[in-house]
Each structure stands twice: as structure tokens, then as C-alpha cells.
Design a protein around this ligand. Structure first.
Ligand code: HEM
Length: 253
């Protein structure tokens, strides 16, 4: 019996060591850096953080909350894809089925919907926090621009998702929204027909919004989030007041 337990322990230890390449929890600076560099998730964090940026009231965790909401949206969104059919005959019925006859369908749909609305709010709050702490200044100006694209993608995901239930609210909201897009100078009509795949909100529009909503925009979001997090790390972690003293040196890692 003892032999079996120790064989299982050795096996689990081997599995652990094949994933985490260090032995016991490292106590020295070199070992700790090694552990961080060799772990995908820890690697997101800078090797050193300032006391200032660890204060919860500095970020209020707004960026992190936005990222977690995005993960919730991916999880519930993929789950919803098992039920939803993007055709004008099926979409609305599928949405009604989700609300009434699918196990946990009501919860699933509402978690997706509320997380999407919360994400818009938290991304805007995060942007305001970055602005009011002056964290958009060099060397973080590029990450601010990446952030602006993340904001546009967040709006784009909300807008494209709005049509998918294919109810009256969705239909008229997208009719009005795409008409407004039609007033963009010079290329307004092109944007409108790119979104609708024609002149009216119909099957072509539904399939376009669906593909944009489930593949293209989330894909772009994942890539840009990767750049955003990598940039935070390369800009030397979060902005802190002492940086202003050596701002002329350019900062960064
Ligand atoms: C999907 C949307 C976004 C996500 C998930 C996200 C995530 C994050 C996270 C986790 C951080 C680390 C600090 C924190 O938690 O506040 C951060 C920092 C930062 N974000 Fe975002 N962000 C998003 C959108 C934006 C937007 C819209 C902007 C600005 C236009 C922006 C600009 C920045 C900048 C400049 C930093 C560095 C802040 C500092 O050094 O104090 N981000 N972001």
C-alpha cells in the first residue's frame, strides 16, 4: 500500500516538474526570476513591481476585471454557439428555446448579455483610470493607442452581438445603426453595404454580423490583448510617480 502511495507521489511530482521546471518554491532572486520566466501565466507579470502599483486603489483592478469579463464572454459565447443558428428562420426561435426549454439556457444567455454590458462599462472606467493617473504618457503612448483599438473592438462586439437574437429590437437597432454608418463622409455607403451585404437588414447581414461577432472581432481582440499585456510588461510594469523624475531617460525595460 505504502509502495503504491509513494509511486503515485513520484508520478505526480514528475507531472508537476514537467510543467513547472523548478523544484521547491525558489527563495533567491535568481530562482524566482527563473520560475517567472518559465511560466506562461507568471510571465505576464513584470519581474519587479513597485510598491505604488500594488496599491489596490491605483488601478481598482479595472483592466483585470475587463479581461475576466472577456473570458466569461468567450466561455458563455462558445457555449451559446452549440444552440444558436444564424439564419433568419431559426435565430429568433433558438433564442426563445434558450429562454424556456434549454437547461440553464436562460442563465447562460443572461450571463453573456450582462457580462457584455459590464465589459463596456469597465473598459471605459479603465480608460478613465489610465487617463487620470497620466499612464498614457511616454513610454506608454503606444499601449494607449492599442487600448483605443481594444475599446473600438469592445463596441464592435456589442454592436454585432445586438443583431443576433433577431427580434424587433435587434432588427430596428441595426437598421438605425447601419443607417448612421451610411452618413460617414466619403465611405459611408461602402461601410453600410459591407456590414449589411446589401441594402437591407436580412440574411446576408445576419451571417456577416455573426462571423464578425464570433470569429473576426474576438480573434483581433485576443491578438491585441496579447500585445497590450506584453507592452505593460515591456514598459516596466504599471506607471509610477518616480518615473517622472527620469522621464527624459525614456523608461522601459
Ligand atoms: C478589452 C479592453 C482592455 C483590457 C482587458 C485591458 C487590460 C489591462 C490590464 C489588465 C492592465 C493592467 C493594469 C490594470 O489592471 O488597470 C492594463 C493597463 C493599461 N491599459 Fe488596458 N485594457 C483594455 C483597454 C484599454 C483601453 C481602452 C485603454 C486606453 C485607451 C488602455 C490603456 C492601458 C494603458 C496605457 C495601461 C498601462 C497603465 C499603467 O501603466 O498604469 N487599455 N490594461
Amino acid at each position: 500500500m505504502d509502495l503504491k502511495i509513494s509511486a503515485v507521489k513520484t508520478y505526480l511530482n514528475d507531472v508537476f516538474r514537467s510543467i513547472f521546471r523548478y523544484g521547491k518554491m525558489p527563495r533567491d532572486a535568481e530562482g524566482q526570476s527563473f520560475a517567472v520566466f518559465n511560466n506562461l501565466f507568471l510571465h505576464i507579470h513584470p519581474v519587479k513591481v513597485t510598491r505604488h502599483s500594488l496599491k489596490p486603489t491605483y488601478t481598482f483592478g479595472l483592466g483585470l476585471i475587463s479581461a475576466v469579463l472577456f473570458l466569461v464572454l468567450i466561455f458563455t459565447g462558445v457555449w451559446l454557439m452549440f444552440y444558436y443558428i444564424p439564419t433568419v428562420d431559426e435565430a429568433y426561435n433558438r433564442m426563445l428555446d434558450l429562454r424556456s426549454s434549454t437547461n440553464f439556457g436562460f442563465v447562460l444567455r443572461n450571463v453573456h448579455k450582462w457580462a457584455a454590458e459590464a465589459m463596456v462599462v469597465f473598459v471605459i472606467l479603465h480608460m478613465a483610470r489610465v487617463f487620470f493617473t497620466g499612464a498614457y504618457k511616454p513610454p506608454r503612448e503606444f499601449n494607449w493607442v492599442v487600448g483605443v483599438f481594444l475599446l473600438l473592438l469592445t463596441f464592435g462586439l456589442s454592436f454585432t452581438g445586438y443583431l443576433l437574437p433577431w427580434d424587433q429590437l435587434a432588427f430596428w437597432a441595426i437598421t438605425v445603426g447601419t443607417s448612421i454608418a451610411g452618413y460617414v463622409p466619403v465611405m459611408g455607403e461602402d461601410i453600410r453595404s459591407f456590414l449589411l451585404g446589401g441594402d437591407i437588414v436580412g440574411q446576408e447581414a445576419l451571417i456577416r454580423f455573426y462571423v464578425l461577432h464570433v470569429v473576426i472581432l474576438p480573434g483581433l481582440m485576443l491578438v491585441l490583448l496579447g500585445v497590450h499585456f506584453w507592452r505593460i510588461r515591456k514598459d516596466g510594469g504599471l506607471a509610477h510617480p518616480s518615473e517622472n523624475e527620469d522621464a527624459s531617460a525614456g523608461g522601459g525595460e
